[in-house]
Design a protein around this ligand. Structure first.
Ligand code: FAQ
Length: 311
C-alpha cells in the first residue's frame, strides 16, 4: 500500500540511505528532483555560451586549449544531468523543448556578458567557485543518480576554479592595465555570483521541503555565507579589491557579513530581462535548429541498424 511505501521511503531518508530510480517515491519528491536537476542541466548547457565567446580570441594556444576543455566539460555535465533527470521519467526532448520555448529556468548567472578576457578568469574563480560551494553538499543528495553525478562534476569544477584563479592572478600581477581589467571583471561578476545561491532563506519556497528530503543539505544563505568567507583570503592573494563596501568581519560569530544584495536585479534576470537572457535563448534555439539534420541522420542510422539486425 501507499502508506507502507511512504514509510519505507521515510525510513530510507532518515537512515541516510539513497533513493534509486526503481524505488517508490512521493510524486512531489520526483517533481522537485526533475525541476532542480533539469534546471541544473540547462545551466550547464547555457553556461557554455559566455565562455565560448572567447575561444577564438584566447591570448595563447595554451589558454585556448584549456578553455575548449572547460567548455567541453560543461557539455558533459549537462549530459550527465539530463541522464539523471531521465531516470525520473521525463524525456530529453521534453526538457529540451521546455528550455528552447523559454518555459524552463536556468541559472541567473549566465545572463551576463563577457566583454574581456578577464571575464574568463572571473567566471572560473567566482562562478565555478560558487558552483562548487553549492554542489559539494549535493554529492550527498538523497537521490542516488544525482548525488553520484555530482561527485565527478565537482572534481572537474575544481580544475575550472583553479584555472580561473590563475588567469586572474596572472593579470593582477601584470601591467596596471591588466590589473585594472581583472578588477573590472571581478566587479562585474562578484554580486551575480552571490545570487547563484538563490533567494534569501525567508524568500525561498522550496528550501524547507528539499532539506527535509535531504536533497539540499544547507540553506541558500548558509552556502552564500560560506562562499563569501572563502573568497576573502583569495581576494587578498590576488591583490584585488572586493566590490562590497559593507563587507565586515564579525568577531562574535567568526563570519564575514556581506552588504545587501540587489534582489531587484535578481528578479529582473529571473523574469527574463537580464542583460543577455534573450540572446542566450536565441542562440540555444538556433543551435537546436541547426542541429536538426544531425538528429535526423542519427535516428535514420539507428533505424537502419535495427532493421538490419531484424532481417
Ligand atoms: N537562477 O526556493 P528556491 C553551473 C529559482 S552552476 C535562476 O530557493 P531551490 C556550473 C528556483 O529555481 C549553476 N533561478 O529554489 C557552471 C525557484 O524557481 P522554480 C547551476 C533561480 O531549487 C559554471 C525559485 O527561484 N547550479 O552551472 C536561482 O530550493 C561555469 C525559488 O528558489 C545549480 O543548478 C538562480 N540563481 O534552490 C557551468 C545547482 N536561484 O523552480 C558553466 C543545483 C533560485 O520554483 C560555467 N540547484 N532560482 O520556478 C540548487 O542547488 C538549487 O536549485 C538552488 C535554488 C540553490 C539554485
Amino acid at each position: 500500500t501507499e502508506t507502507a511505501e511512504q514509510e519505507r521511503f521515510d525510513a530510507l531518508i532518515a537512515d541516510e540511505q539513497r533513493i534509486e530510480p526503481r524505488d517508490w517515491m512521493p510524486e512531489k519528491y520526483r517533481r522537485t528532483l526533475i525541476r532542480q536537476i533539469s534546471q541544473h542541466a540547462h545551466s550547464e548547457i547555457i553556461g557554455m555560451q559566455p565562455e565560448a565567446n572567447w575561444i577564438t580570441r584566447a591570448p595563447s594556444l595554451k589558454r585556448k586549449s584549456i578553455l575548449i576543455a572547460k567548455v567541453q566539460d560543461e557539455a558533459g555535465h549537462g549530459l550527465y544531468l539530463y541522464s539523471a533527470a531521465q531516470t525520473l521519467g521525463i524525456t530529453r526532448e521534453e526538457m529540451t523543448d521546455a528550455l528552447i520555448q523559454g518555459r524552463a529556468r536556468y541559472s541567473s548567472i549566465f545572463n551576463y556578458h563577457t566583454p574581456t578576457w578577464a571575464d574568463m578568469g572571473a567566471i572560473g574563480w567566482l562562478v565555478d567557485g560558487a558552483a562548487i560551494c553549492n554542489q559539494v553538499p549535493l554529492c550527498r543528495a538523497s537521490y542516488g543518480p544525482y548525488g553520484r553525478a555530482m561527485v565527478r562534476i565537482c572534481k572537474e569544477e575544481s580544475f575550472h576554479q583553479r584555472q580561473g584563479f590563475e588567469i586572474l592572478y596572472e593579470l593582477s600581477h601584470g601591467t596596471p592595465e591588466q590589473k585594472q581589467m581583472a578588477q573590472d571583471a571581478v566587479d562585474r561578476w562578484y554580486w551575480p555570483s552571490l545570487m547563484m545561491f538563490g533567494p534569501s532563506d525567508d524568500a525561498s519556497p522550496n528550501s524547507a521541503q528539499s532539506m527535509a528530503w535531504k536533497i539540499k543539505r544547507f540553506s541558500n544563505d548558509e552556502l552564500r555565507q560560506r562562499f563569501v568567507g572563502m573568497c576573502v583570503p583569495q581576494f587578498e592573494a590576488l591583490g584585488l579589491g572586493c566590490p562590497d563596501p559593507d563587507l565586515r568581519y564579525d568577531e562574535e560569530s567568526g563570519q564575514w557579513i556581506m552588504g545587501e544584495i540587489d534582489w531587484a536585479e535578481f528578479e529582473e534576470v529571473l523574469a527574463g530581462r537580464g542583460p543577455a537572457n534573450a540572446e542566450r535563448l536565441r542562440h540555444r534555439r538556433d543551435a537546436h535548429d541547426d542541429g536538426a539534420w544531425v538528429r535526423e541522420a542519427a535516428a535514420a542510422y539507428a533505424q537502419k541498424m535495427q532493421d538490419r539486425r531484424r532481417f
